[in-house]
Design a protein around this ligand. Structure first.
Ligand SMILES: O=C(O)CCC(=O)C1=CC=C[C@@H](O)[C@@H]1C(=O)O
Ligand SMILES: [Mg+2]
Length: 370
């Protein structure tokens, strides 16, 4: 397929409720939606960085810049036989994985549509449905988080993840266990808010039958996480530390985690996400799909990815209404049964993109034809 047009737009959408983690509070999503065209067929991608570089070094602004000056020029006018070739076109670009993922995922959608198959099938996914969990932010009080957990338990989510930070951790987990019992599938995510000096606190968390503790230590560490994993019964899960297949291999070799979170933006797209999935599967490391408060396009890419067989833990791939009054895909993504999302069977990402809502939400737009 020859890429004959690429369009991108920056959109801004308010969240239904603010979302707080150990590094800050977000009240809107600011992202780039990209469409890659070939012979009248259109593939869509969505960037996953935030406006501020608190999760990683990328922002919506850097993504726009990288796409405009480097990535779109490298892809436009090129003949691409398979999306797996796309990373080769970007080989001279270091890092900037979320910018690369935004355009690479669009090429995957285009490729699946060209071949008349669902994206999950193009990726080699086998599941027709996926179990989903939900990520719950920090609130001013423990009680408010417990109330949110209750709301999501009622909606049927299969796994609760609560955000923690120093001073808002053991008390919170204790309160949730007290209210919902020991069987509730529960995990915590620290977004790198602790150091090895906090070992006593992390060891206390070990008593609450947690499924895992996600990214407790530094965002760029795998060495100290290995020391920590040796001290804990609870599985450590890495998120921020894993950017490449080599990172995943090193973490597995060192024993830095027993579970891995795969976010397609963080690892540069679906091709790399699948390779990390395969590597983890080979080593008996279960994986789950992380979320970045995606709108529908990103959410549908996550669902297709989660259809691969080693995604055995419910991920942060909730329904559209978790964050949005109205999604940009039609229809919005809804559970088919409590805690279950269907893997779309239509071609590509499987839902229409609401071009009119996109237009309404757009703050800037760029079109390149080649
Ligand atoms: O998209 C979702 O539903 C999950 C959101 C979520 O938990 C996260 C998104 C972005 C940064 C963090 O706060 C956190 C994570 O680290 O997984
Ligand atoms: Mg995380």
């Amino acid at each position: 397929m020859r890429i004959d047009k690429i369009e991108m737009r920056q959109i801004q959408v308010p969240l239904k409720d603010p979302f707080e983690t150990s590094f800050g509070r977000m009240d809107r999503k600011d992202c780039v939606i990209i469409s890659v065209h070939s012979g009248g067929i259109v593939g869509y991608g969505e960037s996953t960085a935030f406006s501020h570089p608190f999760y990683n070094e990328e922002t919506t602004g850097t993504i726009w810049y990288m796409l405009e000056h480097f990535l779109i020029p490298a892809l436009l006018g090129k003949e691409v036989a398979s999306p797996e070739e796309v990373s080769g076109l970007f080989a001279s670009v270091r890092r900037n994985h979320m910018a690369i993922a935004a355009i690479e995922t669009a090429v995957w959608d285009l490729y699946a549509k060209q071949n008349g198959i669902p994206l999950s099938q193009a990726l080699g996914g086998e599941k027709q449905e996926i179990e989903v969990g939900v990520s719950i932010g920090i609130e001013p009080t423990v009680d408010l988080v417990v109330q949110n957990v209750e709301r999501f338990v009622e909606q049927g989510y299969k796994r609760m993840k609560v955000k923690i930070k120093p001073g808002f951790d053991v008390r919170l987990v204790e309160a949730i266990r007290k209210r919902f019992g020991d069987e509730l599938p529960l995990m915590v995510d620290a977004n790198s808010a602790y150091t090895l000096q906090d070992l006593p606190t992390l060891k206390e968390l070990d008593h609450y039958n947690l499924m895992m503790i996600e990214q407790p230590l530094a965002h760029n560490d795998i060495i100290e996480h290995a020391s920590l994993q040796r001290e804990l019964r609870t599985a450590v899960c890495l998120d921020e530390s894993i950017h490449t297949i080599a990172d995943a291999r090193h973490a597995i070799e060192l024993g830095s985690c027993r579970i891995m979170n795969i976010k397609l933006g963080r690892v540069g797209g679906l091709t790399n996400a699948k390779k990390i999935h395969d590597l983890c599967q080979l080593h008996g490391i279960p994986v789950w799909c992380g979320g970045m408060l995606e709108l529908g396009i990103g959410r549908l890419h996550n669902i297709a990815l989660s259809s691969l067989t080693n995604f055995v833990i419910p991920g942060d791939v909730s329904a559209s209404k978790r964050f949005w009054e109205q999604d940009i895909v039609l229809p919005g993504i809804e559970m088919i049964r409590p805690g279950i999302l269907a893997v779309p069977t239509n071609v590509g990402i499987g839902h229409e993109v609401g071009e009119q809502s996109l237009e309404r939400l757009t703050v800037r737009k760029l079109t390149r034809v080649g």
